[in-house]
Design a protein around this ligand. Structure first.
Ligand code: F6P
Length: 319
């Protein structure tokens, strides 16, 4: 393997830059040329591909977002469109591709693999919703961002004796809601994996008030309902002074945490190692703190699960 390329795709996540850096530096260490594909699959189609040097990834490890930029590219599902992308790679003599992104990005990578391009996926998304890995790059940073926000919200909730509903991202997964709710000491967490009646939440808040509680925090995952909808529902059962806080895209930004930088570096290095060993059609991950690889098709056929013990614990601790 003499030449490889790397791209970031789908929603950006803190730590993507650290992963690109690891791919570039590890490959160069072994004398492999690396090309950066700008703007994800869109850039692959438009031939927005540039040779990278050691310095291209200098001063990037601490930066949020992705300097390669990202795009959602539904047209990549079209085989004719992919032919152009493959031709662009072939013209440059690129034999292997590292795709950093989420589920949708892996599907594109799997198709390219079937069509003859050696491909390795690295899990990059704040949602932590990818099979084959315990953690995705960006999750830890987003979690810390949310916890910091919850702490601040708690200050004002306590000053005004209010109930706050904090809406967090995560698409169809409840990991960000569960982990941040647990770390932020929320009274209730609403996850897509455990939909509960808002009446149950109202009852819990009522019981808290009767015990002398002055404020409460409800964390709702966007995959269940919006914070606004949750507030409307809650109003039907309980009369408390309620405010809604939608954290939105700030959850995707910021300098990556140390954990995300280390994870990104390990996975980036491992992806290159696999390509050097002529392996393809695999997603790398971290499982029980060991590097792991999983075939793309196995990633798609199993369902992402929330940590049930942790969910139970969050209920036990928030009485
Ligand atoms: O997948 C990452 C994510 O931030 C999800 O949590 C969220 O649902 C989605 O992307 C938002 O996408 P967009 O930036 O396209 O609005």
């Amino acid at each position: 393997m003499k030449k490889i390329a790397v791209l970031t795709s789908g929603g950006d996540a803190p730590g993507m830059n650290a992963a690109v850096r690891a791919v570039v530096r590890k490959a160069m260490y072994y004398g492999i040329e690396v090309y950066g594909v700008y703007q994800g699959y869109q850039g692959l189609i438009n031939n927005n591909i540039k040779k990278m040097e050691r310095g291209t990834v200098g001063d990037k490890i601490q930066r949020g977002g992705t300097f390669l930029q990202s795009a959602r590219c539904p047209e990549f599902k079209d085989p004719e469109v992919r032919k152009q992308a493959i031709a662009n790679l072939n013209n440059l003599g690129i034999e292997g591709l590292v795709v950093i992104g989420g589920d949708g990005s892996y599907r594109g990578a799997q198709r390219l693999n079937e069509e003859g391009i050696r491909t390795i996926g690295i899990p990059g998304t704040i949602d932590n919703d990818i099979n084959g890995t315990d953690f995705t790059i960006g999750f830890d940073t987003a979690l810390n961002t949310i916890v910091e926000a919850i702490d601040k919200i708690r200050d004002t909730a306590s000053s005004h004796e209010r109930t706050f509903i904090v809406e967090v991202m995560g698409r169809d997964a409840g990991d960000l809601a569960l982990w941040s709710g647990l770390a932020g000491g929320a009274e209730t967490v609403l996850c897509p994996e455990h939909r509960k009646d808002v009446k149950v939440i109202a009852d819990k808040i009522q019981q808290g008030i009767e015990r002398g509680k002055k404020h409460s925090i409800i964390v709702v995952a966007e995959g269940v309902m919006t914070g606004e909808e949750c507030g409307q529902e809650l109003k039907k059962y309980i009369n408390v002074d309620t405010r809604i806080s939608v954290l939105g895209h700030m959850q995707r930004g910021g300098s990556p945490s140390g954990m995300d930088r280390v994870l990104a570096s390990r996975l980036g290095g491992y992806a290159v190692e696999l390509l050097m060993n002529d392996e393809t059609g695999l997603a790398v991950g971290i499982q029980n703190n060991s590097l792991s690889k999983t075939k793309f098709e196995d990633i798609f056929t199993s369902v992402h699960h929330l940590d049930e013990k942790m969910y139970e614990l969050s209920n036990e601790l928030s009485i």
